[in-house]
Write a new protein. Sequence first.
Length: 281
Amino acid sequence: MDENTIDWNEVWKNQMLKNIESKCAVECARVWNNKERATQYWKAVQNNKEQNQKTIEGLPLTPDSRILDIGAGPGTLTIPISTQVTHVTAVEPSEGMMGVLQDNIAEYDADNVTCVQKRWEDVEIEADLDGPYDVVIASYSLGMPDIRESILKMVDVSSRYVYLYWFAGEPSWDSNYKALWPSLHEGDYHPSPNCDVIYNMLYQMGIYPHMQVFPVNHFNRFQSIEEAVEHFRSYYNITTDHQESVLRDYLETVLEKDNDSLVMNGSYTSVKMWWEKETGE
């Protein structure tokens, strides 16, 4: 088939829906509705600050910049960026993440941050946002089934730049899912689509982004196997004692001992895609 006849948005949609179905409809926003889990994520962000700092250094920020952060989580980018710009609008759908984000806004005196607790698909540009924005960022938050419409909305609210971050190849967590899923749920795990689908779709839209590919290493630290099991319970949709036993056995084989704690090391290949509206469309 000629690649020009492929509807890359449909490719994305089909792969994303298969991913959601294989995970028993455990959507990201639902996983992060628990504030305690969102707090754990924020702590993990603090353990991996170096990569976060590199991301921020690669953005065209000025003291006058107005930023839109889509899928802001607990403030991974929003909080440090807020110290360098005039305004940040943070869009985050999950209750737990939004709770931690608001706590962080108060703790870091980030009074130039406005929060919108909605899925990006449900955001109303005129009613919910205060655009246009000099830089629109979607950092590992592209879990929208209709990615084309989502990106068009990003372009609409941007006065200059759009930055997307997603994955290439197989992240370490997908390897874990593939290894565990048949034993846990008697079915295969289907990963979410990779960045190549986004790139091809952007090309069909007449957007030719810059691209940068770089490896990322990260880790989660636990004080006990029980803490690790509890942490991963919702990720793997654990609802029975048998599933918990399978998960525990697996974690005991992959967690590495580090003094008095257990560490889950992970890695992925990140792809940064960005373009400037004045020259990229």
